[in-house]
Design a protein around this ligand. Structure first.
Ligand SMILES: [Mg+2]
Length: 180
């Protein structure tokens, strides 16, 4: 009995130690959280007036059109404040896998700090994709938050992974950094 108790205590101590030793990370959705996609949406709608079909989505989701996006005010300063505090930055998005380089270019061009970029593989829904990545990240990092504009694809996805979630209104980043 007593040795079981000792083992349990040791396990708890190890877990606490692991958590202390893990680098902190913060995860961000991209579209409508950091990037205002209004112009990209308009581009798709100009070419395919009936929104929502595969042709529309192929234009909207094309990495070649990310350059049309505008940075959302405050979001860049927020991300930068965490990067400056040596928190690992994660960009976790339902954007199509294979367009990570265009995302990286856009982030650089608009002054967002470097970070790990995760985009969604084909035929996977965004919510389970984000849950899976966040669960994986928790093994390496102490993930402080996932921040995003979608209740399902960000907030519910993060909660399912046991990661605290912060909701921002689409296109209106409204958080103040707190790196204490
Ligand atoms: Mg979004």
């Amino acid at each position: 009995m007593f040795s079981l108790f000792i083992k349990k205590m040791q396990r708890q101590t190890t877990r606490k130690k692991e958590k202390l030793e893990k680098r902190k990370a913060i995860s961000f959705d991209v579209d409508s959280t950091l990037a205002d996609t209004t112009k990209r949406w308009s581009r798709a709608r100009d070419q395919v007036p009936s929104e929502g079909g595969p042709r529309f989505w192929n234009i909207f989701m094309s990495g070649d059109n990310y350059y049309l996006d505008q940075p959302i005010p405050l979001s860049r300063d927020f991300v930068q404040a965490y990067a400056d505090a040596d928190v690992a930055i994660i960009y976790l998005s339902g954007r199509r896998a294979g367009t990570e380089e265009q995302t990286r270019q856009w982030l650089r061009q608009h002054g967002y700090p470097e970070g790990s970029i995760y985009h969604r593989p084909p035929a996977v829904l965004t919510k389970p994709f984000k849950t899976r990545v966040l669960r994986q990240l928790k093994k390496e990092y102490d993930v402080l938050y996932h921040i995003g504009d979608s209740i399902v694809d960000d907030i519910e996805a993060a909660k399912a992974a046991g990661v605290p979630a912060i909701h921002v209104p689409p296109g209106q980043f409204n958080l103040v950094p707190s790196t204490e």
